[in-house]
Design a protein around this ligand. Structure first.
Ligand code: SF4
Length: 506
């Protein structure tokens, strides 16, 4: 059977080919590269170069810029000249969402071009033309599939499923291979962490089956901000890095882009120097890596701190002490060590004194265990923080894995040159009014071009329509178009009230 990784009870990085992105090498034995994206107007050279400077100072070496039209793509030329002079090892990536003509221009100015394959179907010859342009200048290509914008023919065949995402990427990887073009990286992003993890595993399995070794770019889209955004990204990206998958990562936050760099670096460091111990192998028939299987007990996952002494005895407590907790837990839980008729609490001790880093480490270790439905509760120990702080991290991990919903979920885009309002302050204002609506998913998206598609399964959407104007959505349906921004939050609340889903804050 071809699998997504060699073993689920030992760690090894997936063998990938080396790809050049400007002065950078990624894949093969190169360290996992951290990247981010500007949120300036790409036509504003000074502002973009200044922001790239702040990203470079934070340690970011691959920077993506949005290129909605040819003017933006062309301006990567002058931006690149100034950037490469000052920071020769910073590579620039053009983010092309829609138009093949823009990608063709970007291939003449950028170090790498990201395309969404959803926009290349049925446009004869455009993809081949792009490949030739990339080949000429040694430009890398990212096949960047997004959960919210699959091509119609893929959607009709698979729906918006992990299988559809993997199939969409594979179609274009095969076309690259037929054209003998291999400077390719691939990504499959979603704001739904479970979908994202299953999609990447399916993709890697499919690449293994067809003998492909293209590097993989990991990211969770619209993760939000603060600890919440970091935990959500760490659960998704960590689930894959734990199995050695991932050559470059982006922790996408609704904050200044340079803030993404230390968060991504904390994740990368967490997996460096793994011992590679082989834990006893297990019967994998109980392991479901591509589809969620509910736990047999039907209980909502618990925190150890919530249980009485008496209730604690109803659980097995399994503490991971090695530097590979995921493999260690899998080996013990799927092996014969644990009493099978008792629910399981996972325990791990941390000593990290930096709260953000601690949250990222715990999310990376615990999250995947709940995505794979292998446990029923969490006991995180860190003497540097209060039980309340630790419980907050634990609940965010369970929420990101979608097994226990304890708060409102915000699907907020990181913003980019297309953003039509100040997304950080708006997200804060929306949170201030709606954070008591436990279980509701609210999309807060910067633009109408990509926002509605990418807010995935949000119940409501607040989307930039025109400058100073907001469009409001119920699910995927537009309810009010271009409401003045000052009134938009009130209108959103009215829509939630009309649906009977509003409660007054306590
Ligand atoms: S939703 Fe629009 S504004 Fe937000 S990151 Fe995506 S393209 Fe940029």
């Amino acid at each position: 059977m071809t699998r997504y990784c060699k073993s689920i009870t030992s760690y090894a990085r997936r063998a990938t080919r080396e790809v050049s992105v400007g002065a950078h090498r990624m894949g093969a034995q190169n360290p996992v590269v951290v990247q981010t994206m500007t949120n300036t107007l790409t036509t504003d050279t000074d502002a973009s170069v200044a922001q790239i400077g702040r990203i470079a100072a934070a340690g970011g070496r691959i920077v993506r810029l949005t290129t909605p039209n040819e003017k933006d793509a062309l301006n990567l030329g002058p931006i690149g000249e100034r950037v490469h002079k000052e920071w020769p090892d910073v590579a620039l990536v053009a983010d092309v969402h829609f138009l093949p003509a823009v990608a063709a221009v970007a291939a003449t100015t950028a170090d790498k071009v990201r395309i969404n394959p959803g926009n290349y179907n049925d446009r004869g010859g455009r993809f081949e033309e792009l490949i030739e342009l990339c080949r000429e200048r040694g430009v890398a290509l990212r096949i960047g599939v997004n959960h919210g914008s699959l091509a119609k023919k893929i959607f009709d065949l698979y729906g918006d499923t992990p299988e559809g995402m993997a199939a969409s990427a594979m179609e274009f990887l095969r076309r690259c291979r037929e054209l003998d073009f291999h400077n390719v990286v691939v990504s499959l992003k979603s704001s739904n962490v479970r979908v994202m993890v299953y999609a990447y595993r399916l993709l890697v399995r499919a690449m293994n089956e067809e003998g492909m070794d293209y590097p993989v770019h990991l990211g969770v889209t619209e993760a939000g901000n603060h600890i919440e955004g970091r935990v959500k990204s760490a659960v998704g990206i960590g689930a894959l890095l734990a199995d050695g998958i991932g050559d470059t990562i982006r922790v996408s936050l609704t904050e200044a882009p340079e803030n993404e760099i230390p968060a991504a670096q904390s994740l990368v460091v967490h997996y460096e120097g793994r011992s590679g111990v082989e834990f006893p192998t297990v019967d994998e028939s109980r392991f479901s890596p591509y589809e969620y299987q509910p736990r047999p007990w039907g209980k909502t996952p618990t925190l150890w701190s919530e249980l009485s002494e008496e209730n604690r005895s109803e659980y097995n407590v399994v503490e991971a002490t090695s530097d590979m907790p995921v493999q260690e837990w899998r080996s013990r839980l799927l092996g014969s060590e644990v009493t099978p008729n008792k629910p399981i609490i996972l325990r791990r001790r941390y000593t990290t004194a930096n709260f953000e880093q601690f949250a990222i480490e715990a999310a990376a270790d615990f999250g995947v265990m709940f995505i794979d439905s292998l446990a029923d509760g969490v006991d995180i120990i860190n003497p540097n923080f209060s039980q309340e702080q630790i419980d907050e991290v634990a609940l965010l991990i369970l929420q990101a894995a979608r097994v226990r919903i304890s708060r409102t979920e915000y699907i907020a885009c990181p913003s980019c040159g297309r953003t039509l309002y100040d997304i950080e302050s708006t997200l804060a204002a929306i949170k201030a009014r709606t954070s008591h609506l436990v279980g509701l998913k609210i999309g807060v998206m910067g633009c109408i071009v990509n926002g509605p598609g990418e807010m995935a399964d949000a119940d409501y959407g607040y989307v930039g329509g025109l400058p100073g104007r907001i469009s409001l959505y119920r699910g995927k349906n537009l309810v009010e178009r271009n409401v003045p921004q000052e009134e938009a939050i009130e209108h959103l609340i009215e829509i939630i009230k009309a649906d009977g889903r509003w409660t007054e804050p306590k």
